[in-house]
Design a protein around this ligand. Structure first.
Ligand SMILES: N[C@@H](CCC(=O)N[C@@H](CS)C(=O)NCC(=O)O)C(=O)O
Length: 221
């Protein structure tokens, strides 16, 4: 049995959770708190001292994108065409800067300071804005509407959809819904992915007050 271990939030594990849920792999979603995380780290259970990890019968895989690529193989979300697969990988790797920019705000325990830093990320010259503009442009240029221009939905879409829209769930203080309203291509993209049959079914039981409300069709209408 494979075990995906992460904190009880979408964050960096959600794309892999969806990929696993859409596969025929047997897996368990293990949500841990800070104490359990610290224990796993001190026991040497985390290859890079971080979560998420996927524990498999062969050993533990760390790094969210590596887990996603692995899980994507079992859910038909890694393109069989090698150029398209590389473009999906390119998109996934290209999302690194936004995650790193946000990471700088996580260790800040003072709420006001954290809110200020996050707001600054999404001001006109902020790193968050730069990245959202980049995604907006790429989605606008995609001939198929999928993030990496692939023929079908791919692991790049799972990553973009879950990591981008989760930012506006209310779980990240300082990041507000109006920010995403300035990106028409991203809103259209949200609708495309949220209404994709497998994604819609996957989140079928999520209610509007759930942390995952941002993945529901019409979430930002
Ligand atoms: N590059 C890693 C980053 C993982 C990461 O930043 N994990 C955070 C949680 S979102 C973590 O484990 N933080 C605990 C710590 O650094 O002590 C990935 O994508 O998996």
């Amino acid at each position: 049995m494979n075990r995906l271990v992460y904190f009880p939030v979408p964050g960096r594990a959600e794309a892999s959770r969806v990929a696993l849920a859409l596969s025929n792999v047997e897996w368990e979603d293990i949500e841990v708190d800070g104490e359990k995380f610290a224990m796993m780290r001190s026991n040497g259970e985390l290859p890079w001292d971080m979560l998420p990890v996927l524990q498999t019968s062969n050993g533990t895989i760390a790094e969210s994108s590596a887990i996603l690529r692995f899980a994507g193989q079992y859910s038909g979300l890694v393109p069989s065409d090698s150029y398209q697969a590389a473009k999906a990988d390119e998109f996934i790797d290209g999302m690194g800067p936004l995650a790193r920019a946000l990471d700088t705000t996580f260790g800040i325990s003072d709420v006001d300071e954290r809110v200020q830093l996050r707001k600054a990320l999404f001001e006109s010259e902020g790193e968050g804005t730069k990245n959202l503009q980049m995604y907006e442009k790429k989605i606008g240029e995609s001939p198929t509407g999928w993030a990496a221009g692939t023929d079908e939905m791919s692991i790049a879409d799972l990553k973009l959809f879950t990591e981008l829209f989760a930012l506006f769930s209310g779980n990240y203080d300082g990041i507000e819904v109006p920010v995403i309203k300035s990106y028409p291509n991203l809103l259209k993209y949200h609708s495309k992915v949220a209404n994709e049959k497998r994604i819609k079914e996957h989140y079928g039981r999520v209610s509007k007050d759930d942390i995952r409300w941002t993945f529901l069709p019409g979430a930002f209408d």
